[in-house]
Structures are given as C-alpha cells and as structure tokens.
Design a protein around this ligand. Structure first.
Ligand code: SF4
Ligand code: SF4
Length: 233
C-alpha cells in the first residue's frame, strides 16, 4: 500500500510503500516509524478512540488514526486551523483557549440529584473526547480564528442544559461574541465527530436559549440589542 504524508520540513507529500493490509492508520504509522523512517512524528494515546489525541485529516476528512483503516493512495495531513508542531502533531492549547473563552465547564453545581431523563439529555455532549476534528472541519476558522467553535459550544450547551449548573447565564453571555452567532449552521462539524455528537444542533439550541434571554444576532439590525463587548482574545 502506498500512503502519502504531509511532513512539516517540506512542501511535497512524502510517499511510503508499506506491505500491510487491513490495519489501522496508527498501526501503519507505527510500522513506518519503527521500520522505515524514525523521524516521522505523530501523536496518539489510548489506541481505542477515547483520548482524542490522534485526529488527522485523511483525503481531506478528519479521522482518528486508531480507528481509520487506510487504503492505497491515501493522503494524511495534520488537522486544520491549529499550529503544526511537527508533521502530524499540532498544538492542542486551542482546546483550553476555546473552552476557557466559552466557560465550557461546570464551575459550581447545585448539590441536587439529577433524574435519569435529565442525565440522558446531557449524555451525548458529555461523550466529547476533545479530538478537535469538528474545529478542523469548521469553515468559520478560515475567516475568524477567534471563533469559540463547535466542541466548546457543544460543551457549553451540555452545562447550560444541566439542572445542577448555577452559572448558565454567564455561560450564555460568554458565547455571544465569536460564538453562536458566528456559526453558519453549515453542519460540517457533524459527520466528522467520532462520538456522534451534533455541535450544529447544540449551537441552534444555544441560539434559541439566547433569544429567550433577550440576546439577538448582532449582525441583524433589531435596534437596541444588548452590547456584547469586545472580543475576549
Ligand atoms: S455548523 Fe457551525 S460550528 Fe459546525 S462546522 Fe458549520 S459553522 Fe462550524
Ligand atoms: S464534538 Fe466530536 S469531533 Fe468535536 S471534539 Fe468532541 S468528540 Fe471530537
């Protein structure tokens, strides 16, 4: 099998011929690294689709290396809109940056029981493994690097939708700038998610909740809307 890989030290794709079939991309790259080219650099962790550290783009689509089975002629590149450290390894600090901007975590929860039905409502978003495949697929980053983006917004919806959360209002306020209104609802983030999460749908829900709280799309001229302030970073 021939596979082409984007390396960080040259513009051209580097080709490797590997005598392996029906293996994961991670197994194939491990073979290249140990038998052919020890300089090839990539990141991985759990090898079972849980840690989210091995996302790359194959033929222009985001995949987890530990789950994807490559075919002859595949092209492998790092995920988009992240600084490449080396070859297929990117700077993952954007995860923290976007989660921090959107307040995408539980700061303080009420001490109360949560029903099974309520738990089910937030389970899907809780399964996010922060692989950032959705951010790589999102076209907004081509024009706005400050966009809080699909994975952080999905997490915001998860916490806003959690009856134990006491800072929902602050979270809704935090995603008004470079957040929910910057999303085009194109849905590109949905099919690439290995956890079957639909960030576009969660962003719709955040918009709806925002509307109920008196926020408006700042690109629409409703007159007298709330002042969302300057970008946070
Ligand atoms: S739906 Fe929104 S968040 Fe998802 S890819 Fe499109 S613009 Fe990005
Ligand atoms: S929402 Fe899906 S694609 Fe996005 S970071 Fe989480 S698991 Fe990955």
């Amino acid at each position: 099998m021939e596979i082409k890989i984007k390396r960080s030290h040259c513009e051209e794709l580097q080709e490797y011929n590997v005598d392996l079939e029906n293996v994961t991309l991670l197994t194939l790259l491990n073979h290249i690294k140990t038998k052919i080219d020890p300089t090839l650099t990539y990141s991985h962790g759990c090898r079972s689709g849980i840690c989210g550290s091995c996302a790359v783009r194959v033929n222009g689509r985001e995949q987890l290396m530990c789950e994807y089975k490559p075919s002859d002629g595949d092209t492998v590149e790092p995920i988009r809109y992240a600084t490449v450290i080396r070859d297929l390894v990117v700077d993952s600090s954007r995860v923290e940056k976007f989660n921090r901007t959107g307040l995408a975590w539980s700061e303080t929860s009420r001490e109360e029981n949560i029903s099974e039905e309520e738990m089910e409502r937030i389970q899907t978003q809780s399964d996010c493994i922060l692989c950032t495949s959705c951010a790589s697929a999102c076209p907004v980053y081509a024009v706005n690097p400050y966009f809080i983006g699909p994975f952080a917004l999905t997490r915001v919806w998860r916490y806003v939708n959690d009856p134990r959360e006491i800072s929902s209002d602050a979270k809704i306020a935090a995603v008004q700038t470079n957040g929910i209104w910057d999303c085009t609802l194109c849905g590109e983030c949905v099919p690439v998610c290995p956890q079957n999460i639909a960030p576009a749908q969660d962003i719709r829900m955040l918009r709806s909740k925002s509307g109920m709280m008196g926020y408006n799309d700042p690109t629409m001229n409703f007159g007298g809307g709330l002042d969302f302030g300057a970008p946070i970073f």
